[in-house]
Design a protein around this ligand. Structure first.
Ligand code: ADP
Ligand code: ZN
Length: 339
C-alpha cells in the first residue's frame, strides 16, 4: 500500500493506493461509520460489508436523485448517526457523488471518505470533491464542492466490473492523457484494455498516475476558475448528447473528445485528430456520431460551463496540451454544422 497525504484549501485528504478494503478496519470505528453502497456491489462483494453498518441504495444514475438522498438521510436518522459519524461511499460515481452530497448536508456536514469500485470512479468521479445529484435530465444540478478525508483504492473490485464500465474509465484516462500527459498517451497506444485487465501492476500504476494527474489539476484550482476546466475536454458536447441519445458517459465523452479534436484542427491547427480517434477505438470507444445540432444547442444553453452566450470549450494545441477557448454559442452552432 502507498499512502499519500494531500492538503486542499480547507481539507486534508489521505490517498491509499494499491490498498485492500480490509484496511478500513484499521482506519475507522465501526460504531460511528456508515457505509453507503449500491445493491449490485453489495451482492457481488457481500463479504466485505460484514461488521459494518451499511445503507444500500438502488444501482444506476436514475437513482442519483433527491429521493435517494432523502432515503439515506432517513436511514442515518434511524441508525442514530450524529455529528461524529463518517460516511464511506463504496461504489461507482453514483454512490460517491451522493455520499459526498449527503455528508455535506447531514447535520450541516459530517466527515466522509470513498472506496471507488469502478475504473471511472477511481480515476475521476471520486477525486476533486465535486458531489451532487441530478434533477431530471440535468446532471449534477444540485451539489457542493467538499473534499473527502480519505480515498482507498482496491483494484480487486474491478474483477467484477462489466465491459461498459471499463470503457467509461478508459474514456477519462484518454482525456487525461490528451490534456496533460503525452507520455501516458504513448503508453496507452502501446498497451490494450485486455493487457491492462490482466496485469494488476500495470493497472494499479495507471490508476495511480491518473489520480495524481487529476489531483494536481484540482489542487491548483479547487473551485474551477481556470486550469480545472481542462478536465471538461469532451464533456461539453458529451453531456449534451449523453442523455439525449442514450450513450454511456464514456461513449458520449469519447465522441465529445473526437469533436473537440476536429474543432482544434480547424481553430488551432491541431495536427493529430486521427491519432486520438485511433486510440479511442483501440479502447472500445465510439468516435463518430451525427447529432441534431438544434437539440444539442438547446442542451448547451443549460450547461453549467456556459457564461452568458459563450461556452468555455476545451481544445487541444497538441497531444498532452489542452487549452481553454471561449466560443460564442452562435459560432459553435455553425462549426458543428460544417463538421
Ligand atoms: P460510474 O462509476 O460509472 O459513474 P455507477 O455508480 O453508476 O457509476 O456504477 C455503474 C454500474 O456499475 C452500477 O450498476 C454499479 O452497481 C456497477 N458497479 C460498480 N462497481 C462495480 C464492480 N466493482 N463490479 C461490478 N459492478 C459494479
Ligand atoms: Zn466524465
Amino acid at each position: 500500500m502507498l499512502h499519500q497525504a494531500v492538503q486542499f484549501n480547507q481539507q486534508h485528504t489521505d490517498f491509499y493506493f494499491d490498498a485492500s478494503f480490509w484496511q478500513l478496519k484499521e482506519m475507522l470505528q465501526p460504531a460511528s461509520t456508515f457505509i453507503i453502497t449500491d445493491a449490485n456491489i453489495y451482492s457481488l462483494h457481500a463479504g466485505y460489508f460484514k461488521g459494518w453498518k451499511t445503507i444500500i441504495i438502488p444501482a444506476g444514475e436514475a437513482h442519483k436523485s433527491l429521493d435517494t438522498a432523502q432515503y439515506i438521510i432517513d436511514q442515518l436518522i434511524q441508525l442514530k448517526a450524529d455529528r461524529t459519524a463518517t460516511l464511506v461511499g463504496v461504489g461507482g460515481g453514483v454512490v460517491t457523488d451522493i455520499t459526498g452530497f449527503v455528508a455535506a448536508i447531514y447535520m450541516r456536514g459530517i466527515a466522509f471518505g470513498f472506496v471507488p469500485t469502478t475504473l471511472l470512479a477511481m480515476v475521476d468521479a471520486s477525486i476533486g470533491g465535486k458531489n451532487g445529484i441530478d434533477i431530471g435530465l440535468y446532471k449534477n444540478l444540485m451539489g457542493t464542492i467538499r473534499q473527502p478525508s480519505f480515498l482507498l483504492y482496491d483494484t480487486h473490485f474491478l474483477k467484477t466490473l462489466p465491459e461498459a464500465e471499463w470503457q467509461n474509465g478508459f474514456a477519462e484516462i484518454i482525456k487525461h492523457a490528451c490534456i496533460k500527459n503525452a507520455t501516458m498517451f504513448r503508453q496507452l497506444e502501446g498497451t490494450s484494455p485486455g493487457i491492462l485487465k490482466k496485469n494488476k501492476q500495470q493497472l494499479n500504476e495507471l490508476v495511480q498516475k491518473n489520480v495524481q494527474l487529476k489531483m494536481s489539476v484540482v489542487k491548483a484550482d479547487e473551485f474551477e476558475k481556470g486550469e480545472r476546466k481542462l478536465l471538461n475536454l469532451g464533456h461539453t458536447l458529451g453531456h449534451a448528447i449523453e442523455n439525449e441519445y442514450g450513450f454511456s458517459h464514456g461513449q458520449a465523452v469519447a465522441i465529445g473528445i473526437h469533436y473537440a479534436a476536429i474543432l482544434s484542427q480547424q481553430i488551432l491547427g491541431f495536427k493529430n485528430p486521427e491519432r486520438i480517434s485511433v486510440l479511442l477505438t483501440q479502447y472500445g470507444l465510439p468516435t463518430h456520431f451525427v447529432f441534431n445540432t438544434h437539440k444539442v444547442m438547446n442542451m448547451l444553453q443549460m450547461d453549467k460551463k456556459r457564461q452568458q452566450n459563450e461556452v468555455h470549450y476545451i481544445l487541444l494545441e497538441k497531444i498532452g496540451k489542452g487549452v481553454i477557448l471561449p466560443i460564442p454559442l452562435k459560432d459553435l452552432e455553425k462549426l458543428y454544422k460544417i463538421i
